[in-house]
Ligand binder design. Sequence first.
Ligand code: CA
Length: 234
Amino acid sequence: MKVLLVEDEVKLAKAIKTGLEQDGYAVDLNTNYDDGLAYATTEDYDFIILDRMLPGGKDGSDICSLIRRKGITTPVIMLTAMGETEDIIQGLDEGADDYLTKPFKFDELLARLRALKRRPKNVVEKVIKFGNLQINTTNKEVSRFSSNKLTTKQTPIKLSKKEFAVLEYLAVNKGTIASKEQILSHVWDFDSDVLPNTVEVFIKSIRKKIDEPGSDSLIETVRGFGYRMRVVNV
Ligand code: CA
């Protein structure tokens, strides 16, 4: 397993590198933003560990958001001296998978790397697009974009929480068919008193809101199996 470590406190950086190597990891170490970003975008890593505050007022979480925009889904752990909840929230929203507040015990870093290893590979994209429909999984906004030669118009679509959850589940699992039972178990809690027919009712109301009149529904019904998001080329 190969790790990219971007950390400017040389003593700490070397200690982490040595510790990780003792645990069997290969480690590339960068001590500034530019090198870190260059390595993160050109080399293939199993994990990236990013210090939040880098020299020159640079922010490690910007590296994270830039690589996510490039479609790089490598798990990222942020190291932050700031234990403030807002910084942690921002770091996670930029696409980080986990964070550690300094000072931390090295064993905890190892444990978190192990935990990330156990996670499924499909990192959820922040914005998922189907044709001109955009689903933002962070702020939970859904909008339709329509454009002519001059302007692009964004029309927000209002969905209830559960409607959004159903749509998000289908969007995150695009390319695979979701059965009604799977949708039920991922969107409703175990104790909920709902039946598979409930899913049909929700799909119907979501279609009414997201589909454009006269075009095929973005949610395909696969008879006998379930539902799947339609692949649309723009
Ligand atoms: Ca730092």
